[in-house]
Design a protein around this ligand. Sequence first.
Ligand SMILES: [Zn+2]
Length: 1125
Amino acid sequence: MRKLRLLLFVVAGAIVFFSTRLLWEASDDSKNIVLSPETEERISKLQNEVEKLEKDLGISKKQVEDVYAAAEAKNKGKENDDGDEKNLKKESPIKMGNVKFESDDCNFAKSPSGLNSDVQMIDVYNLLSFENVDGGVWKQGFEINYNMDQWKEKPLKIFVVPHSHNDPGWLKTFELYYQAQTRQILNNILNFLNEDSQRKFIWAEISYLDLWWKEQGEAKRNQMKKLIMSHQLEIVTGGWVMNDEANTFYYAMIDQLIEGHEWLQKNIDPSFVTRDGWAIDPFGHSPTMAYILKRMDFDFMLIQRVHYSVKKYLAQKQNFEFQWRQNWDHSSSTDMFCHMMPFYSYDIPHTCGPDPKICCQFDFRRLPGGGMSCPWRIAPVPITDGNVAERASMLVDQYRKKAQLYKTNSLLIPLGDDFRYDVALGAQRQFSNYEALFRHINNNPEMRAKIQWGTLSDYFKSVQEDMAAGSFPKLSGDFYTYADRESHYWSGYYTSRPFYKNFDRTLESTLRSAEILLSFATRESHHQSKASSFPSASLFDLITGARRNLGLFQHHDAVTGTAKAAVVIDYGNKLLSALNGAHNVIKQSAQFLLAKDKSSFLDSLHFEMGDVREFQDSLQESRTIQISESPQAVYFYNSLEQKRNQVVCLQISDFHAIVKCEKMNPIQSQVNLVWTTPNSVSKDKYEICFPVEVAAFGFQVYYLTKDSGDLWKQYTHPSTVSIYKGTTDIQKPAEFDITSQQGSINIKNDFLSASFSKNQGLIEKLVRREKDSVHIGMQFLTYGTTNAKDRSGAYLFLPDGPARAVQEDATSIRLSSGILVESVVAQLPYVTQTTRLIQSSGLDGFSLHLHNRVDIRETHNFELVMRMNSAIQNSNRVFYTDLNGFQIQRRQTLDKLPLQANFYPMPSMAFIQDNSARLTLLSKQPLGFSSLETGYMEVVLDRRLMQDDSRGLGEGVKDNKITASNFLLLLEHSTLPPNPGQQTLPTQYPSLLAHLSQMRLMHSITNLLLRQPSESSLFMPSLSLANSLPCDVHMLNLRLMNNQKTTTSGLLLHRKGYDCRYPLIQRDECSFSRGKILLGKIFHNSIQSIVATSLSLAKEKEEVIGEDRAVHIDPMEINAYKVTW
Ligand SMILES: [Zn+2]
C-alpha cells in the first residue's frame, strides 16, 4: 500500500509538473491556445505513461481520476493568481472548429442508465397486447377475490380522504367557478372540519385559495391557518394549479409550484412545506414531475390518468405503488414514491373498489333529491341503524378487493369529485353517513378493518410503517399516450389550440427575461447610496401578476387547449396582460440598469419593446423603426448565459439606412422587401438584417440612421427575389430586383445548403458542408375524422385512416437571397412556409429555420400535419421526444396500437437517428409528434373539430386562429460509433448544439427601442450584468423573492446532459463546468450570502461559503439557491 501511495505521489507530481509547464507554454500566446504539435505529442505521451502505470500497478480508474483531479486543482490554484481574463481563456479549450468536450460529461451520457429498474415502461409497451377484454364489474380489469385470513393479525387500515377537484377554468372561467362554487366549497371545508377534529380534507389549487383568502377577515384566515397547521386540512402539491404534464415546459412547471409554495409560506407559515403530490386529472403523467417534486423535498406523490392496459398490467403484479426513477439516473437518488390510482376515474364510483355500481351507492351527494344520480341506476340510501350492518359489509367488501391490488395493509379511499362539497347539505350527508359507517366498522372487530378520515399524508405514513420504501419496485419511463377506454387515445390535446401553446412559450421566455432583469435592477437600486427612485415594489406586483397568469395557464385544461371557447379567450387575455406586465418590467429595469445617472432617474419611460402583441388572439409583430438622420438606438438584450452572435432582423420605414455599431462604425446589412400578399410588397416597411454580438446577460446598442446620399449602398444590400411561381409584376423600389426563374430552387450558407421542390417550394434535400447530404422530403397532409359514434375533439384524436397529402401546388414560390439571409417562401393551401438559412458566425448558422403560418379556419373536421420524410434509417421506427424540455424519452411506433396511439407530446424537440446521422427537430411550441414510418417525422400543426368528444367539454374546437409555428432542423453526423445498445436504451441525450440551439429558439433576443433618439446620451451603450456560464449550464431563473432592504433572488441552475458523439462547431468561447460553478465569479463577487435550497426555494439547506462560492451540480440536475446581494 505504501509503495502504491509513493508511486501515485510520483505520478501526481509528474502530472502537476508537466501540465503546469504546458499551461505556461500555452499562455505565451494567450490569444491562440491551440497547442503545438510538439506539446500535443508530449501530452499524449504523458497519457500513455499514466495508462501504462495504471495497468502495471492495477490501480483503479477512480484512483487515477482522483490523481488527475488533484493535479488539476493544484494547477487551477496557480492559475487563479493570474487574474480572471486570462484564466477564462486558459480554461476553455476553444479553437475554431470542433469544441472539445469534457470526458466526464461524455461518460455520463454514454453509460447506460435506466436499465436497473424493475419496470421499464418501454418494455411494458412491447410486452402488452393491448387487448380490451371485458373484466366483469371492473370492466378494464379482472375479478378480484380475497381471503379474510390476511387481516387476522392486523386489521386493514382504511383512510377515507375527502377531496374536491377544482379546475381553475374549464367550462367556466377561473373567476366564475370561484363565484359559483369554489368560494362555497372552501367555506364548507372550514365549517365541516371545525365541527369535528376527526374530519380531514385535502386541497390542491393555491390559485383558488388565494381568491378566497383575499375576501376573508383575520378570523376566517386564522381558522384556515389552524386547520392547515394541525394537518386536518392538508395542502397537496401546493402548486398554483394542478399542471398539465405533456405540453408544459419545465420552467413553467417549476415556477407555478414556487408561486404556490411561496404563497403558503407568506400566508400560512414561514416554515410551511408541502410533502405530498396529488395529480388526479392531468391526461397522462411525466417523470419530470416526479423529479421536480423529489427535488422539492416531497416524500410521496399520486397519479391517476394512465392507460387502462398499463393499469391492468401493474394491478396483476401489485405494482401500483413504486419508486419512480428517472431514466437518466445512474444511482437511486431520484427515486420518488408514487401511488397510482387503480380504476377508471377519481370520482367516488371508481375509488371505493372495482364495482362502480356499488361504490356509487356510497356517494351520498347522489342521495335522491340532491340533483345527482348514479348512472348504474341503483341510488344510495341514507345509513340508518337498521341498514348499517348490511351497507358496511357491502362497502368493506369493495375496500378489501381494492386492497388486493396493493402490497401493504393500508388502503387509500379518495372521496370526492369535480367541485364537490359545494352544497352544504350534500357535504353534511357525505360526512355524517360515512361517520355512521365508520362507527359500525370500527365497533365490529370481525370486519377486520379500521377506518378513519385521513389526509394523503396519513395514508402514506401508514404505508411507510407497513413496508420500507426500498422494498417497492423501481419503475422508469412515462405514462403517455393515455387512453381511458377502447381506442380513445388522448393525443389530440398535444396540439389543440396551438395558437395559445405558442403564446405560452413566448410568455415564458419574456417572463424569464423580466425576472432576471428585475433581480439585477433591484440589486442595483439597493446598492445606490442615494435613495433610488426605481419602482421596485410596483414592478414586483407586476411580475407577481405575470407569474400567476402564466401559472394559471399551466392548468390541465388551459395549455392543453381543452377549455370552452369563451374560457380560452379569458386565458388569452390573462396571457396578454402577463406579457404586457413582463414587458413593463423589462423596459423599466433596462432603463434603470442602462441609465448613466441613477440618482436622477426619471420616471417617464424611455424605452419601448421592439416586438408587440396587440390582442390576445393576434400574432406578435415587430414595431417599424422610423429611420431618420438622427441615429435611432436599438438595444439588444441577451437573457442567455453565453455570449450570443446572431443575425437579427428588424422592420424599418426606409431602406436608405445604415446600421452602426456602438462605436458608430457602419456594419454590413441586408434589406428585404416586406410582402403584404404574394403579389404585393409594402411601400413603407422593409426588413433589415444584420449581425449582432451581445454578452451573456448583456445589453448592446446598435444604431440605425438614414443616409440621403449613396453611402448606404456600400453597407446595406438589398436582397434579390426570384419568383418561381406567381407574378413578377410587382410595384417596388428600383433598388430591389425581382425576376422570374425556372431552374432549381436552392439556398445556402457556409454550413448548409437546401434544395426545394418546384411545384410546392418545400425542402427536398439538406446538404451539410457539401458532403453529407440527406434527402428530406417535406409534405403537408391532413387527417379527417372517423364516422364512428366517437369522433375527434379537443382531447381525442380519432382519425379516419392514414393522412392524405395536400396535393395542390403552391400558388406562389419565391426565393430571396442576400449577403446574410436566404429564404424560400411557399404559399400552399392552409399554410405559408418560410425556410431560411442564415449566414452567421453564431449558432443560427447551423440549422435550417422553418416558420409556418397556418390557417385552417375554413375547414371541417380537419387536422393539418407537417411531415418530413428523410433517409435516416431509424430502425423499428424508434424515435425520441422530449418530456417538458427536460429529458428525452424513447418512443416506438407499434403496429398493434391504433395510429393515434403512436402520437406523443413534443414539448420542445424530437429526433430520429441511425448509426451515422441524427435529424433533430427543435420546436418553439408544444405539438403532437410521431414517426409512423422509417425516416418520418410528423408534427400535427393545428386541428379543427366540429364536435365534442364526450369528455365533458360539450363542444368542439372551432375557434382556430392564424397560427405561427417555429422550428429549427438540425442534421448532425456522429463522429464516434453508436453507444452500446443504443437502440434499446430508454433515453438519449440531445447534442450540445441541439441544446444551445433550442435555448436560442425559445429565448429570442429581445430588442428595445429608445423613444427619443436624442436621449441616447443618457444611457450606456452596453452592459454585462453577470459573467457567462459554462456551455452545459443553463440559468433557468433568477427570480426576485423580495424587495426589502436587501435583494434576495431564487437562482435555479440546470446542468444539461449531452451526447458527445455529435461535435459542436462554435466560434465563441465554450467552457465546461465539470459540475463546478463559481457563483462569486459569475455575479462579480457582489454576493452577501448564498444558501442552497429545495427546488421550490421553500426549504433552506446549507450555506455556500468560500470566496468563489463554488457549487457543484451533477449532470441533468437542477439546483436551487437563495442569493442575497
Ligand atoms: Zn381537472
